[in-house]
Design a protein around this ligand. Structure first.
Ligand code: ZN
Length: 326
């Protein structure tokens, strides 16, 4: 059947008609809101390359989570900026570390009213800024696994719901799963950065989390953005290691991978819309070239349409706000 019998415009005749046939609907419950918490600061620090995003002192975390929760966002993702960095990133797995303190504060104040996810990595905590420990000038995969596992266990002790390993070390999901189970945290889930690419869209985040590598780059562990089959192998490997949610990162330039992951695997799929994606929209909207909320709605809808069940985004609060208003 084709024109003139088939007229697709019939279902676009009014707002209500369009609403009726809308296939993808965004909701605040699709979103995960990142939070940066910094040790030993008293007031919030603005992040220049990410307008409206701030590093919070520990004392502000409860307020922030209250705002997020009131907007109907079900989950937060905690990142910590410690005062002390060393070669092994030991403050990442310190039971009194900044992330652990933030987790227990949120757990204490919100119970199970919000899902507490935490980034499980070493790069904010190592003096080298790398996601693992260095031996012989290289990031040592297997030595890093033990530290990542210790970090996850320490975060679980503080009350974390979901560990989000982002180091891209081979075997990190299995190492964390085994350690969590051994320590009695079999209910703590894992959302891995399964296919995390060595992306140029991360640069504002390094401002936010103070974790640029001191030497070299992350090309020996993060994925090249040219390889889709390899990305599927990363996802499959994490599933075989017992992951609960797989994440594709970044999101907007990687919609094909989100869609392919959704098609191939029966597992929840997350997408991380990263700092550079945020910064581009912010910069263009500040110049008056695009409308921030309209473009954000389109970007988040596209990520969901591609197959993401949940989206980590720096627009979480502003998007939840415009969704509530519309
Ligand atoms: Zn890292």
């Amino acid at each position: 059947m084709s024109f003139p019998t088939r007229r697709l415009r019939r279902l676009r005749t009014s707002e209500k008609m369009r609403e009726l046939v809308q296939e993808t609907r965004l909701s605040p419950s699709d979103l995960i809101c990142p939070i940066f918490v910094q040790e030993d600061i008293k007031t919030r620090i603005k992040i220049e390359s990410m307008p409206s995003i701030e590093r919070l002192p520990l004392d502000d975390v409860t307020d922030e989570v209250g705002t997020i929760s009131d907007l109907g966002i079900p989950a937060i993702m905690l990142f910590g900026i410690p005062s002390n960095k060393d070669e092994t990133g030991s403050s990442a797995f310190d039971d009194n570390g900044i992330v652990q303190k933030a987790i227990s504060q949120v757990r204490e104040n919100f119970g199970d009213k919000i899902v507490i996810m935490a980034d499980t990595c070493l790069c904010q905590f190592t003096s080298t800024g790398h996601c693992g420990v260095i031996s012989n000038n290289k990031v040592d995969n297997d030595a890093s696994l033990e530290l990542l596992a210790k970090t996850a266990v320490s975060q679980a002790k503080a009350g974390m719901d979901t560990s989000s390993p982002s180091a891209m070390m081979d075997g990190q999901v299995a190492a964390i799963r085994n350690a969590l189970d051994d320590e009695g945290f079999s209910d703590v889930s894992i959302m891995s950065h399964a296919a995390k690419h060595r992306s140029n869209f991360y640069s504002p985040f390094r401002d936010a989390a103070a974790c640029a590598p001191e030497f070299g780059d992350r090309k020996t562990y993060q994925m090249p953005y040219t390889n889709a089959r390899e990305a599927m192998m990363e996802v499959e490997t994490d599933i075989n290691e017992g992951v609960d949610i797989v994440m594709i990162k970044p999101a907007l330039s990687y919609l094909d991978l989100i869609s392919e992951t959704r098609r191939r695997f029966n597992i929840p799929v997350a997408a991380y819309s990263v700092s550079g994606e945020y910064a581009l929209v912010k910069a263009a909207s500040q110049l008056g070239y695009v409308n921030e909320n309209e473009v954000t709605d389109e970007i988040l809808s596209s990520i969901k349409r591609a197959g993401a069940d949940m989206i980590v985004t720096y627009f979480a609060k502003s998007a939840a706000k415009f969704m509530q208003e519309s």
